[in-house]
Design a protein around this ligand. Structure first.
Ligand SMILES: Nc1ncnc2c1ncn2[C@@H]1O[C@H](COP(=O)(O)OP(=O)(O)O)[C@@H](O)[C@H]1O
Ligand SMILES: [Mg+2]
Length: 254
């Protein structure tokens, strides 16, 4: 199926919508301003969000990671997911308050068949905004975290959108984890080989390096990928409107 060019996938980073240094702390004002921007955009959008200090906190405490493994106490799966649903509830209410009609999809099964294409297109065509988020899913031998970034890739592989926007907590991708100087305006995936990125306190899903690996997989689908500062609503709006010089861009391979 050809790309449906007026769909944009937007990932709201956990480090943007929560304060990653304090367990379960929502940045309500940021959620509100991002919902406002999303509500103002006429595009068809799929919204994915991360776990921030909600999901990551419990997952880390319980030793649940992106590798499949046994879970000592299955209640930890419940607690991690409960924290994610809690965060999701805040986001949904905010999106709804800004005129969107969010439709939550969870759990997100790792499958990409035609059924899912129609599933998304029917929702989008009816005026819904599909919303997905990082989750804990069963796997052979236990459970694992599927990150919001992984889910973004799965959504892109289903819908082949023209653009995917990662809202992160800095202006874009910096050449080094010191994050000083200028951001990289156009990231070439060949740069990945030598790229070292740091990780946040509660992050169980690999931080910026893993994010860039996923972004490059998304770009290989033909989707342009943008990294922008989610704390700057005007910048997010520009990215939604198709301006590429507001952060770091990875051109989709066509
Ligand atoms: N070179 C870099 N360029 C951009 N961000 C970086 C870099 N090194 C580390 N980071 C940090 O990586 C974070 C992005 O990864 P992550 O914390 O997983 O974000 P998210 O919560 O959006 O998934 C940013 O918050 C940023 O502070
Ligand atoms: Mg992350």
């Amino acid at each position: 199926m050809d790309g449906v060019s007026d769909i944009v996938v937007v990932k709201l980073g956990g480090s943007v919508i929560t304060n990653k240094d304090t367990p379960c702390s929502l940045r309500a004002d940021v959620v509100d301003s991002l919902s406002n921007v999303l509500g103002r955009s006429p595009l068809k959008k799929v919204v994915v969000h991360g776990g921030g200090s909600f999901g990551h906190y419990y997952a880390k405490k319980a030793g649940i990671s992106t590798s499949c493994g046994p879970v000592e106490d299955i209640d930890d799966v419940f607690l991690t997911r409960e924290a994610m649903f809690e965060l999701n509830k805040h986001l949904l209410r905010s999106l709804h308050a800004h005129g969107l009609h969010p439709y939550v999809i969870s759990p997100f099964v790792e499958s990409r068949d035609e059924y899912l294409v129609d599933f998304f297109l029917n929702l989008l065509g009816s005026g819904f905004t599909p919303v997905l988020f990082g989750d804990v899913i069963p796997c052979k031998g236990g459970f694992k975290v599927i990150s919001g970034d992984d889910i973004s890739y799965l959504v892109c592989s289903i819908l082949k959108p023209s653009r995917m926007i990662f809202c992160i907590d800095v202006d874009g991708v910096y050449p080094s984890s010191k994050m000083d100087g200028a951001i990289i305006s156009e990231f070439d995936c060949k740069m990945l080989r030598n790229f070292v990125g740091s990780n946040k306190k509660f992050d169980v899903t690999g931080g910026i390096r893993r994010k860039l690996e996923i972004a490059c997989k998304i770009a290989s689908l033909g989707t342009d990928v943008l990294f922008v500062n989610g704390f700057k609503p005007d910048v997010v709006l520009k990215a939604l409107n198709g301006l590429y010089d507001v952060g770091t861009c990875i051109r989709g391979k066509r």
